[in-house]
Design a protein around this ligand. Structure first.
Ligand code: ZN
Length: 125
């Protein structure tokens, strides 16, 4: 199997509903996201997926969230904007974008979201 990963950062605010503690109140994070793809076949020039195109797909998703209050955006109006749920959101959205572009040759393997330098959540299937 081959794997490729890219990382990007963005800033956003959120508040965790039902949480007892400081994270119940609105506050911001400089999020970092790493998306990892895998597949067993390379394309005709030896790439699993062009890093530039993966960053492009990732930035389509980030553009919706950057400098926004996440609790005001779908699906986080209902779903708590935890790092865990954000990791699954990036996983599902990236998979949707990639499926069209690679006809199933490449899949998202996992997504890791950093809320701080020392705290991460990962989603994979
Ligand atoms: Zn937080």
């Amino acid at each position: 199997m081959f794997e490729v990963s890219v990382e990007e950062s963005f800033a956003a605010g959120h508040a965790l509903r039902g949480y007892r503690g400081k994270c119940e109140n609105p506050h911001g994070h400089n999020y970092k996201v790493r998306i990892t793809l895998n597949g067993d076949k390379l394309d005709n020039i030896g790439l699993l997926f062009d890093f530039k195109d993966l960053k492009g797909a990732m930035n389509e998703i980030i553009d919706r969230l950057d400098h926004q209050y996440l609790n005001d955006l779908e699906p986080f109006k209902v779903l708590n904007p935890s790092a865990e749920n954000m990791a699954k959101y990036f996983f599902d959205e990236t998979n949707r974008l990639l499926r069209d572009r690679t006809q199933g040759r490449v899949n998202v393997k996992k997504v890791k979201v950093w809320e701080t330098d020392t705290t991460t959540a990962t989603y994979f299937e």
